[in-house]
Design a protein around this ligand. Structure first.
Ligand SMILES: *Cc1c(COP(=O)(O)O)cnc(C)c1O
Length: 427
C-alpha cells in the first residue's frame, strides 16, 4: 500500500468514526501532542476541573464532615453501579477502593484460605510484575507449602490455552492471570480459561487492569469468580485513582478478608470492640474511601458508558489493524518487529513494537529536537518494547498514522542516536 493511501485511509476512518466527538469531552492543551499512553494514564475528562472545584469549595470547604452523609459514603456505591455496567456484573459484586495490588492480595489470600488442601497457584510469565510479587509474597510469608507455577510462552507474545490446561490439576487452588497482558496486549478468552479452571475445582482471579474500558467484559456470563482492576488506565480516573474488585455473589460469604478493617465491619459506626464482617463483599473494604481520588471517576465512567463498550471495541480493533498495516508498510523494513498478536481476537487495545533501539526511539518520540514535528508520547517496557497505547475513546486514526511515520523518520534519520540508551524515571 502506498504511503499516501494510508493517510487518506486514516482521514476517511476518522470522518466515519461515530465516536470521534468524544475527543472533545477531554481536556485539550492545544499543543501538537499525540498521546499514546491511554493504557497507562488515561486522559482527563474536560469537566473534572469544574466538578472537583465544587467538591473542594462546597463539599469539603463548606459542608465539611456533613458531606460524608450527604454525598461521600454513597460515592463508592454509585461508582460500583457504573462499573458493573462496564464489566457485566451486578453492582453488589463490585467494590471500589484500594489499589489493584492490594485487592489482589486480599482476594488471593482469601482464596488460598478457602481452598484448604490445594497447594498450587497458576499464573503466566506475561503477568504484571506486581501480581507475581504478591502471589510469591503470599507463599513466602503465609503459605510456605504452596507453589507458584508459571506457564511460559513460546513467542514472548501469547500464551497457549493448552499450556494453561496442562498446568491445571486437582491440587490447583487459584489461577491468577491478566485478561490483557500489559506488554504484548495478548487477550485471553476469559470464559474458556474460567471453564477449564472450574473443571478441576480451581478458582480464578482475573486482573482486568488492561482490558476494562477497552475490551467488553462480561464477568457474569463467563461465571468469573473474582476480578481486580485499576481505574486510571482506559477508565481515565486520574493518577492513582482507586481500584476495584469483583467477587461473584455466591462466593462472597465464603471468603474472609485478611485485612479486617473498620469499613468492612457490619456496623463501622457502632465502634464495637470485636470485629464482625459486613455482608457480602463489603467486608473487603478496609478504611476510609479516598473521596478526592474517586470524584473524577464518575465523570469518566459516564463518558465510557455513553460511548458503549461494543462500539469502543469495534473502533479499537480497526485501530490496531490499521497500525498493523502501517507496521508492514513503514516499519518492518527498518528492523521493527511485532510485540503483539496478529489475531485481533487475541489482542487488547494497545500495540507493542519491538526494536533493538526501542528506548532511544521512544525518547526521540517524546522529546523531538525539531519544532516542526509533533511530540508523541508512547511508553517503553524493557527490554525493547515501544508500547502504543491506543485509547479508542480519544485516539484518532490520523494520530496513529502520524506516530508510525514519526517512528519511521526517527530510525531512517538516526535521530535516536541523540538519546541515551539508559532508562530512568517513569518510562
Ligand atoms: C497497571 C496494572 C496494575 C497496577 O496496580 P496498582 O496496584 O494499581 O499500581 C496491576 N495489574 C495490572 C495487570 C496492571 O496493568
Amino acid at each position: 500500500m502506498s504511503r499516501d493511501r494510508l493517510l487518506r485511509e486514516a482521514r476517511d476512518l476518522d470522518r466515519g468514526d461515530p465516536l470521534a466527538s468524544f475527543r472533545q469531552r477531554f481536556f485539550d492543551d492545544a499543543t501538537d501532542t499525540i498521546y499514546l499512553d491511554g493504557n497507562s494514564l488515561g486522559r482527563m475528562p474536560a469537566d473534572v476541573g469544574e466538578v472537583m472545584s465544587e467538591v473542594l469549595a462546597h463539599q469539603w470547604g463548606s459542608r465539611l464532615i456533613r458531606s460524608w452523609n450527604e454525598r461521600w459514603l454513597a460515592l463508592p456505591d454509585t461508582l460500583a453501579a457504573q462499573l458493573a455496567r462496564l464489566l457485566g456484573s451486578h453492582s453488589d459484586e463490585i467494590l471500589v477502593g484500594d489499589s489493584t495490588s492490594i485487592n489482589l492480595f486480599k482476594l488471593a489470600f482469601a482464596t488460598l484460605k478457602l481452598q484448604q488442601g490445594r497447594g498450587r497457584i497458576v499464573t503466566d510469565c506475561l503477568n504484571f510484575p506486581s501480581d507475581r510479587y504478591i502471589l510469591q509474597g503470599l507463599i513466602d510469608q503465609h503459605f510456605p507449602n504452596h507453589r507458584l507455577v508459571t506457564v511460559g510462552t513460546s513467542d514472548g507474545i501469547t500464551i497457549d490455552a493448552h499450556a494453561i490446561r496442562r498446568a491445571l490439576d486437582t491440587d490447583t487452588a487459584l489461577v491468577s492471570l491478566s485478561h490483557v497482558a500489559y506488554k504484548s496486549a495478548f487477550l485471553y478468552d476469559m470464559k474458556e480459561i474460567t471453564d477449564m479452571a472450574h473443571q478441576v475445582g480451581a478458582l480464578v482471579i482475573w486482573d482486568v487492569s488492561h482490558s476494562a474500558g477497552s475490551v467488553p467484559i462480561d464477568l457474569n456470563h463467563c461465571q468469573a469468580d473474582m476480578a481486580v482492576g485499576c481505574t486510571y488506565k482506559y477508565l481515565n480516573g486520574g493518577p492513582g485513582a482507586p481500584a476495584f474488585l469483583y467477587v461473584r455473589r455466591d462466593l462472597q460469604d465464603a471468603l474472609d478478608t485478611p485485612i479486617p478493617g473498620w469499613f468492612g465491619h457490619a456496623k463501622p459506626f457502632a465502634f464495637a470492640t470485636d470485629y464482625e464482617p459486613d455482608r457480602g463483599l463489603r467486608r473487603f473494604a478496609v478504611g476510609t474511601p479516598h473521596i478526592l481520588s474517586l470524584v473524577p471517576l464518575e465523570c469518566s465512567l459516564d463518558l465510557l458508558l455513553q460511548a458503549g463498550l461494543d462500539r469502543l471495541r469495534e473502533k479499537s480493533v480497526t485501530q490496531t489493524e490499521f497500525l498493523l498495516a502501517l507496521f508492514r508498510s513503514h516499519l518492518e523494513p527498518l528492523g521493527f518487529e511485532l510485540g503483539s498478536p496478529t489475531n485481533p481476537q487475541h489482542r487488547g487495545a494497545h500495540f507493542s513494537l519491538r526494536h533493538p533501539h526501542g528506548y532511544q526511539i521512544n525518547q526521540a518520540m517524546i522529546r523531538p529536537k525539531g519544532t516542526d514535528v509533533p511530540i508523541i508520547i508512547p511508553d517503553f517496557r524493557p527490554p525493547d518494547m515501544i508500547r502504543m497505547g491506543l485509547a479508542p475513546l480519544t485516539t484518532s486514526f490520523e494520530d496513529i498514522y502520524r506516530a508510525a511515520v514519526r517512528l519511521r523518520d526517527i530510525v531512517e534519520r538516526e535521530e535516536y542516536l541523540h538519546f541515551s540508551a539508559t532508562p530512568s524515571g517513569v518510562t
